[in-house]
Each structure stands twice: as C-alpha cells, then as structure tokens.
Design a protein around this ligand. Structure first.
Ligand code: GDP
Length: 424
C-alpha cells in the first residue's frame, strides 16, 4: 500500500527521533514530528494481516491493534490503483468497531481523483487522494488529519545536533578549524556505534544549539598524509557529506580558488546538502590586500552553481567569524527543512507566471503552470503541474527558483523543481 513510503514522506528522509519501541521489534515505527506547528506522533504499523481463519492473529496484527488503541486518529491507507479490495473492507469493519476517527488515504492516485468515489463505500466520511511516492497530497492529508486531532502543548523536544561536514582541499585549514571548534583533546570526541570504524564525530554546544562535526578523525588524519592528498580530500568529503546536514565548504583566502575547490564544491552540490562557504585565513587579509567584495566575485564566478550559499570570512587561527559561521550553518539547516504550504506556493507561482509566462518547448502551444506543491525537504523539492507534456526550459525553472527564494528565503539550501504533466 505504501505505508512506509508515506511514513517517510511525512517524517522526512532523516527522521530525527524514530525508535522501535522495546518489544515491538520491527513491527512498529514511531516518530515524533510536526506539521504547521502541530506536534504529533506517527506510528507505522506492520499492517493488519487479515487471514482467513482468525483475522486477528499474528504478532504484526497485534502490534497494529495496539497502535490503533493508542491512536487519536487512524489513517487507513488503500491502493487507488488496485481499487477497493476485500481486505480493505474487512479492515474498515474492524476500524468502525474501534470507534476511532478514521481517515481513508487513497494512495497512488496521481491525478485520477475519480477513483476516490469507490472508496467512499468503506463508510468513512473523509477520503483523501495522495501519491506517497511523489509526495502529492501529503500536506493535504496532514491538514485533514490534524484538523480535529486534539493538540497537546508539547515541551520543546530537544533539537537534534546539526551535523556539519567540513570539506575542502588540502591545506585550506580544515583540521585547524576543527581544533578551534573542538580543541585538540580527544576527550571531546566520541565514536558513533554502528558507523564505519573511522567515523569519529566531534560535538559542540554553542548558543543553546548542538553541533556534530562528522568524521573528525578523517580530517585530522588527512593532514598527515603526504601523498595523493587531493584525492583523499575528495574521498573524505564525499564520505562525510553522506552523514551531514550542512557542508562547510572551506576555501583559502590567500591561495584563492583552485580547480580542486570547484571539484569538491561539485561533490557538495551533487550531495544536495545545505552549504555555507567559509573563506579561511582571513587574518591574513590586510597583509595580502584581499578584499571581501573581490573574493565574493571570484566565488560567484568559479562556483556559479552555489549562488545561494552564504559566504562567511573566518580565521581558524584567531577565531574570527566562527560564531557567524555556526549561525549561518544553523540557518542553512533550517532552510533545508523548511516547508511552505501549497496555498503560499501557488499564490507566488501564479504571480510569477503572470509577470513572465513560460514558453512552450513545442511550437505554438500555450504552456500553463496549473498547480505547484512542495513535495519534500532536504533539499526542498517542488512539483509543478503543466497543461502539456513538455518540460520547462531550465532558464524558466531558474526564474521560478529565484522567485521562490525571493518570496520564502531558503538561504543556504539547494532547491529542486520538478515538472509534471497533468493526465487528461
Ligand atoms: P587541512 O589540510 O585542510 O586540514 O589544513 P590544516 O588545518 O592542516 O592547515 C594548513 C595550514 O594552514 C597550516 O599550516 C595551518 O597552520 C594554516 N592555517 C589554518 N588556518 C589558518 C588561519 O586561519 N590563518 C592562518 N594564517 N593560517 C591558517
């Protein structure tokens, strides 16, 4: 049915606080999350396995039963493509008995809303269409689900640490920066169980915010390698990017931008992470006569693909700019997780399209943007529906991306814009 896909869609790719409750083995996944300011707990059950003899046997089923008992609202996920199945009806009957609030989520709909009618036969008033895989309708499902659910004043969950990867070519000052943040002491560093033996992370708390520097051992070791260091810095960068929320791309103020910086920046972009550019060794700026404005221009020229990344001038040696760097990293982190509502997006898109309508790639057909919705985070991903099966020119996507950034911020995070054609 796509329950797990839906679960992951709602919770986000990097769910912070998922746990398998003791005794639940892998049959129930819990996550605490929120939507538009409303905190809620989401449970993914193993499903109700309705056998022919005893419909309620089996540990997975018991787990699901328990989850239903504990829930304020049950989302019954059914498959819009296969239509109403006998199992759906059986589960619906079971749920009616529980007298819980039920919302029927018809998955895999992708635009064919007429299939919804079939599922009203289950006897629940509220039936919503969605495509968990494409992220369509998930926000609407949450709006609907949370409309009537009692809202509890929750104590602020302790925010998970922002995971930062310091990346850059050899000698830009990665390990010096780490030492500034963490001190030279190994005591501040702890090994994370379950990751590669080399993944040693360092933790820092500053201004009430926790940070986790990933793979500090790799960075410190890289410093001592004599050969093949360029290659090593790429390997280290790629590995740490995988586990990070935000990349701190370190550059060398004195040496300026080299080919290798662009190579590493390219890997950062490929990883889709939030990015802050840190120009290190700024303590030497006066001596060498470099100016921030000129350096920004060089970055704009050589790293054209990261125009949205904030640039902070720092010195690992003196500590200058390091608080600003952490603040920028925090803001980039928030940006990468930000969600805007379908209403907000559509108002903005309508205005942008009116000002500057898209041209069809295929001759004279008029292209219209019918609808836009945010389908994901990390990075924020938007889907636009068009009236014709054409793609938008990349420059038009760029235009819309800039408009989205103008309207909603998103500093420090890449954005993805996808185009779909509404089926007729
Ligand atoms: P890594 O290879 O990227 O880890 O770079 P290191 O941290 O080993 O630094 C390379 C060299 O640059 C060392 O000689 C550092 O002392 C020097 N360095 C690092 N950061 C700064 C800085 O902020 N200012 C100055 N003047 N030198 C720095």
């Amino acid at each position: 049915m796509g329950k797990s896909t839906l679960f992951n869609r709602i919770v986000g790719r990097r769910q912070a606080i998922i746990d398998s409750r003791p005794g639940s083995t892998r049959d129930r996944n819990y996550a605490q999350t929120s939507w538009q300011g409303a905190a809620f707990e989401l449970v993914d059950t193993g499903g109700l396995l309705l056998g022919s003899d005893d419909p309620l046997l089996g540990p997975a089923t018991q787990q699901a039963e328990r989850a239903i008992d504990e829930a304020d609202l049950v989302v019954l996920v059914v498959d819009g493509r296969s239509g109403l199945l006998p199992d759906d009806a059986a589960i619906a009957a079971r749920l009616r008995k529980s007298s819980k609030k039920v919302l029927v989520a018809v998955n895999k709909v992708e635009g064919h809303d007429e299939v919804l009618n079939e599922f009203t036969a289950l006897g629940f008033d509220r039936v919503v269409a969605l495509s968990a895989e494409h992220g369509l309708g998930v926000g609407d499902l949450l709006d609907e689900a949370l409309a009537e659910v009692p809202r509890v004043e929750v104590e602020e969950e302790e925010a998970p640490p922002r995971r930062l990867a310091i990346v850059g070519r050899p000698n830009v000052g990665k390990s010096s920066l780490l030492n500034r943040f963490l001190g030279e002491e190994r005591a501040l560093v702890s090994t994370i169980a379950g990751t590669t033996r080399d993944s040693v992370d360092g933790f820092l708390e500053k201004g009430g915010q926790k940070y986790q520097f990933v793979d500090t051992a790799g960075i410190r070791r890289g410093r001592h390698l004599k050969e093949n260091v360029d290659h090593v810095s790429v390997v280290l960068a790629r590995r740490s990017l995988e586990r990070a929320d935000v990349a701190l791309l370190l550059l060398d103020a004195v040496e300026g931008l080299r080919e290798m910086d662009a190579v590493i920046a390219g890997h950062v972009q490929e990883a889709g992470r939030a990015v802050v550019i840190a120009v290190n060794k700024w303590d030497l700026a006066d001596e060498t006569g470099i100016k921030q404005k000129a350096f920004r221009e060089v970055i704009g020229d050589k790293l054209k693909f990261l125009p949205w990344a904030p640039i902070i001038f720092v010195s690992a040696r003196t500590g200058q700019g390091l608080n600003a760097l952490l603040d920028a990293a925090s803001r980039a982190y928030e940006s990468s997780r930000k969600r805007i509502t379908t209403g907000q997006l559509n108002r903005m898109v309508a205005e942008a399209v009116k000002k500057h309508p898209p041209k069809g790639a295929k001759g004279n057909k008029e292209v219209k943007v019918l609808f836009g919705t945010q389908i994901g985070v990390c990075p924020p991903t938007f889907a636009l529906s068009l009236n014709h099966p054409v793609d938008l020119h990349f420059s038009y996507k760029r235009y819309l991306e800039n408009k989205i950034r103008e309207a909603f911020g998103f500093e420090g995070t890449p954005l993805v814009i996808k185009v779909r054609t509404r089926p007729h």
